[in-house]
Design a binder for this molecule. Structure first.
Ligand SMILES: C[S@@+](CC[C@H](N)C(=O)[O-])C[C@H]1O[C@@H](n2cnc3c(N)ncnc32)[C@H](O)[C@@H]1O
Length: 286
């Protein structure tokens, strides 16, 4: 069974929670320009919500969204003129017309999509999309070292992820019930037994990205309930898509009953916690 309407609603809500937790859409260390020459790609864009929000900040920039599935895209008639949403499989070689094009490539929440062994080819594909403008800038810097006072940077990669190794439970009181929330967290962790999220910063540097920055953001108390509710929605989707729903005693309905119990625990003052992690780096000339 497909759960697209549940999934799209969750992704859209989740976007605004992430923005509130991080305090930005684009990391403040990344130089941006509100200009049609400034090009941003959002890879694995889902509903395109990140780009829709970026449009308010950069209404003149070129904003291109890519996803292996176009099913969650809104009608193009309702998108701002500077946003286009297209099809792209990040596991396949990047088409020539997208190579070296983008000043910023943004990726968020591929944690359930990529396995440990996928990271190198996927990151190489993302790098290939980054602007080569820095080649020219570095040559100019080298030739005119003393005369050139400001150089424009090369393309940036910004990758935002949940780190599954940071999943935990927080409660307002040691006696608050948390068993069902713990069960949910364990089920998410089992589905994402990944190392690659923790390795992302060293991986960026090892692959030759410059000026790599990494930061981990905890959910503030006022958003703990909302972030926990996102995980209830995710659990419901999983229960419909990957579990047996053929009768009420089977895995899907049983899992949803446990989500109902977890929601009571959340109401009583317990929450799922995790780190939202952001890693950025600039393409280096080799
Ligand atoms: C959890 S969603 C995140 C969506 C969006 N980045 C956000 O933060 O709202 C993961 C997205 O990755 C997309 N995806 C999965 N495999 C992909 C692939 N091979 N190439 C491109 N996108 C892919 C899915 O279709 C889905 O839209």
């Amino acid at each position: 069974m497909s759960c697209l309407k549940l999934s799209s609603g969750r992704l859209n809500l989740q976007h605004y929670l992430w923005r509130d937790v991080l305090g930005y859409n684009i990391h403040p260390a990344i130089p941006i320009k509100n200009d049609s020459d400034y090009k941003i790609a959002d890879v694995g864009t889902g509903t395109g919500i990140w780009l829709t929000d970026i449009h308010r900040q950069l209404p003149s920039a070129r904003l291109d969204g890519f996803d292996v599935s176009t099913e969650q895209y809104p009608p193009k008639e309702w998108l701002p003129g500077n946003i286009s949403l297209k099809s792209l499989d990040i596991h396949k070689p990047i088409p020539d017309e997208l190579r070296g094009v983008y000043d910023l490539v943004h990726v968020r929440l591929l944690v359930a999509v990529l396995r440990d062994g996928d990271l190198i080819p996927v990151v190489e594909n993302l790098f290939a999309m980054l602007s080569l403008y820095c080649v020219l800038c570095c040559l100019l810097t080298w030739v005119c070292e003393d005369t050139l006072t400001s150089v424009e940077p090369g393309g940036y990669l910004q990758w935002s992820e949940i780190n599954p190794s940071t999943f935990g439970i927080q409660s307002i009181h040691p006696d608050t019930r948390t068993d069902e929330l713990r069960y949910l967290v364990e089920s998410f962790r089992l589905r994402a037994p990944l190392r690659w999220v923790s390795e992302l910063p060293s991986f960026f540097a090892g692959q030759g990205l410059k000026d790599v920055l990494h930061r981990s953001y905890a959910t503030p108390p006022e958003l703990l309930m909302q972030m926990t509710q996102i995980h209830f929605m995710l659990g419901e989707e999983m229960s419909f898509v990957i579990m047996d729903n053929s009768d009420p005693a089977k895995g899907g309905p049983a899992y949803r009953r446990r989500i109902e119990e977890a929601a009571i625990e959340a109401k009583e003052g317990a929450a799922i916690t995790f780190a939202c992690e952001v890693t950025i780096g600039m393409r280096q000339v080799t």
